[in-house]
Ligand binder design. Structure first.
Ligand SMILES: [Cu+2]
Length: 165
């Protein structure tokens, strides 16, 4: 055994690593977000851009490239609220380009609901905001979907902006 690999040294290294991880979680609570599983088609570019947005906001993401139609149905998210990807976090279903901000709020408030949806794919939502859209913003609502299929506005994004020519 190398003299530098004594059990004591290993023990101290472990303690240090654990405290550094702990401290960074205290300093940046966004690092502590739970895992979100995202069901999408393997070729969905805007889904990948949304995943990037989630990771930038501290979420751990597991992508499942099997499409989202079957899982959306299985999890009870009505088709009328459907979009390009369906995700699950902490027992909630997240449909479409929902901002990380509302997901964090959902996990904090824990309402009795199925989850959140941004139906279809409004331009300007996270993942639908790349350079190809020229800064365009469409107004949209983040909907809170109840288990009976009813919906209410959880957050309204009213800003709108035409694309730059
Ligand atoms: Cu999309």
């Amino acid at each position: 055994m190398s003299p530098f690999r004594t059990p004591r040294r290993l023990f101290l290294q472990t303690i240090m690593l654990v405290s550094i991880t702990g401290l960074s979680l205290i300093a940046n609570p966004s690092l502590a977000q739970p895992l979100i599983e995202v069901w999408k088609s393997p070729t969905c570019g805007c889904c990948n851009d949304w995943i990037k947005h989630l990771k930038e906001n501290g979420f751990q993401v597991r992508a499942i490239d099997k499409g989202n139609s079957a899982i959306r149905k299985e999890w009870g998210m009505p088709l009328k609220y459907g979009s390009c990807h369906t995700a699950k976090i902490d027992g909630y279903v997240i449909e479409g380009h929902v901002p990380a901000k509302e997901i964090k709020r959902l996990l904090k408030e824990k309402p009795a609901a199925l989850g959140l949806s941004v139906p279809e794919m409004p331009i300007g939502t996270p993942g639908m905001d790349g350079p190809e859209y020229g800064g365009q913003l469409d107004p949209y609502n983040v909907l809170l979907i109840r288990r009976d299929g009813s919906a209410s506005v959880y957050q309204a994004y009213k800003e709108s902006r035409p694309p730059k020519k």
